[in-house]
Design a protein around this ligand. Structure first.
Ligand code: GLY
Length: 306
């Protein structure tokens, strides 16, 4: 099986002056994941690596650079899924760690649980020897400025952030990765700081299996980005992989899932897909989507699609 990696760095209106950072950040993440796959490594290791790198990159709304909630805190969501076993590890509303995807992987592999939230998730991170960090380490100036701006907008609505002409300019993007390895195993992962100015305790689509990500070796894998409350209502990633099961190509499945979301909820977002034959695709109904993928020669292509 020819391995494949596709990653995303969010789908919304990406400000022109940040295009280079998005292209650079998704490119190096896809490249690092490809290096793992090309050496015969697993899809799980590849997606964890790609997501960790984007969590460490302040360009994106995940890990360092996450958006602030309504009390000025950072609460992060992440998921990783193994398409071979359908095992899931996920965290929601976790605070004070740098790499939620790595905690999600520990949950998947070292416990018989699937999803840990809040303080329990953070305590488990400590138990696993992960480094805890102060919130200041995750907080960037851009998000402090956004937070102060949103405090002046009492009517701000979460959906505004994901509209084609967002009221809040230049929202940052959730990150995601889907891979298939040489053994034909598929993995998918998604990580996010969620929606800017969300209520404390709000959990989006990202850590919810089938919504923020899904992986099944018999069909394909997918990772979503965009308005979480819309994505979860149509279980976007499972909708795409089910469409593959019903005979659609990866591209048709991605297009179909986004179309269903918009028709049924009016929501905006995007999705990346890899099917069980190694075909990669993406679709979005936002002004832009940041994506990077490997071709059959192992070259990485990174784009801001509009
Ligand atoms: N899609 C990310 C979120 O809504 O939290």
């Amino acid at each position: 099986m020819q391995p494949k990696i596709i990653v995303h760095g969010g789908a919304w209106k990406i400000a022109e002056e940040t295009h280079a950072d998005h292209i650079g950040g998704t490119h190096v993440a896809a490249e690092a994941a490809w290096d793992i796959l090309a050496r015969g490594g697993t899809a799980l290791d590849a997606v964890e690596k790609a997501i960790s790198m984007m969590e460490n990159d302040p360009t994106f709304d995940a890990g360092v650079g996450s958006v602030l909630n309504r009390t000025g805190s950072i609460e992060m969501d992440a998921i990783i899924m193994d398409g071979k076993t359908l095992a899931i590890g996920a965290v929601a509303a976790v605070r004070g760690i740098t790499n939620p995807v790595q905690l999600a992987r520990h949950i998947m592999q070292d416990t018989d649980h699937s999803l840990l939230v809040g303080e329990g998730a953070r305590r488990f991170a400590e138990l696993r020897g992960m480094r805890l960090c102060a919130e200041a380490e995750l907080t960037v100036e851009r998000e402090i400025i956004r937070f102060k701006r949103l405090q002046q907008k009492p009517d701000y609505h979460l959906l505004d952030e994901f509209a084609p002409t967002p009221i809040e300019p230049d929202p940052q993007g959730t990150v995601g990765a889907v891979a298939i390895d040489a053994a034909g195993n598929i993995a998918a992962s998604t990580s996010t700081g969620g929606a800017a100015y969300k209520l404390p305790g709000r959990v989006g689509d990202s850590p919810l299996v089938g919504s923020g990500a899904y992986a099944d070796n018999t069909t394909g894998g997918a990772s979503a980005t965009g308005h979480g409350e819309s994505i979860m209502r149509v279980v976007l990633c499972k909708t795409a992989t089910d469409a593959i099961a019903h005979g659609k190509t990866a591209q048709e499945a991605a297009d179909y899932a986004v179309k269903v979301m918009f028709e049924r909820t009016g929501g905006y977002g995007g999705i990346i897909v890899v099917d069980h034959q190694g075909e990669a695709a993406f679709a979005y109904n936002t002004p832009h989507m940041a994506v990077a993928w490997s071709d059959d020669a192992g070259n990485i292509h990174a784009r801001i699609k509009s």
